[in-house]
Design a protein around this ligand. Sequence first.
Ligand code: GLV
Ligand code: MN
Ligand code: MN
Length: 418
Amino acid sequence: MARLRTDSARLRSQIDALGRISEAPSPVVTRVLFSDADLKARTFVKNICRELDLSIREDAVGNIFARWAGSNPKLLPVATGSHIDAIPNAGRYDGVVGVLGALEALRALKICGFQPKRSLELIVFTAEEPTRFGIGCLGSRLLAGALPLQKANALRDRDGHDLTYWRKRAGLAKQSMKSVRLPTKRYSAFIELHIEQGPLLEKERIPIGVVEKIAAPSTLRVQLTGVGGHAGAVLMPQRRDALLAGAEIALAVEKVARTTGSPDTVATTGVFRIEPGAVNSVPCRAWLEIDLRDTRLQTRNAALKRIEAGVSNVCRRRRIQFELEKVNVDSPAICAPSLVNTVSAVCDELGLRVKKMISRAYHDSLFMAQTCPTTMIFIPCRGGISHRPDEYSAPNQIKNGVQVLAYTLAKLSAKIDS
Ligand code: GLV
Ligand code: MN
Ligand code: MN
């Protein structure tokens, strides 16, 4: 195959243009599921797919599939992709590099005259970020059948709107949600290109990471109901303050994560809202969302139990009513050794050092791994920073990732033994 030419300037200007499609002024990127910005961003990406002559399909939850048909339609396709939604106050690269980078890889393969045997398919997953409904990887979860439809239909956003409401708004409600789940044996492989979102590659000056395992995430939602009242009139012994119970819970969560004995346990209380939110009123209600992860399932599960017990203890002592919902409790993903080897071999051929890694962040790959052999290609990002507007990977770092992805896709699309 002729040497691939990827165009870093074009890719950079696409990343910047997509970054400007945001609910908040640049450089902040906020693209909550099915917001106007998310819908515009989807159109932006679909236009590039059309430019590349890919055939586009969208499923009932908005996952986008863009296919370059292979010469042998009997062979299972090779898929790549990531997400373009973004949490509030995010940056330009998380997810986007794996979507626009994949399109640049496909473009380079087309330009050099490559003809895939297996079809190559880009997937743009719906709501990898847990923004609107508080659950991450919504699209890939549904593709993998890891979220029962009943649970998906019960999801509500802060305004009480459900998925059907938002699917209607996005023009997706005509299709049945039952059609989202992938049939077994749909893809021969899935490869996701992503920024590392951690500091190791940059620190060790290694241009490429290949992922062997993705940590096990879980999310808890806690609703606390105390008793409100006048800040001047309710004396301290009578108080049943929901905020203070929440504050103690957040500290207990931190303590649990620090004392599992595993340096890989991380826990975050990332959402904490109170009512009524007036300076002269005792908070009567609080909502917390807690994110807990570890690379080992057993450790994560033990920590989860301790947090649940902690919530119950704090609430008993403070006479607070609580509801605790486990939004998701996921297992780690083990990546396919054969794909890890393929990516490593491509790196050797390109003269790029490669590091085998664990992904501490979750990705749609966590769920794609339940449907087909999967791995991820990581590139460094400045300071390991992510989920912030100053998230950054340099054009040359992205180019390395795109090249590794392109050659990996080419190899896998020509491989006919699986
Ligand atoms: C993904 O965005 C994560 O929170 O790991
Ligand atoms: Mn993210
Ligand atoms: Mn991501």
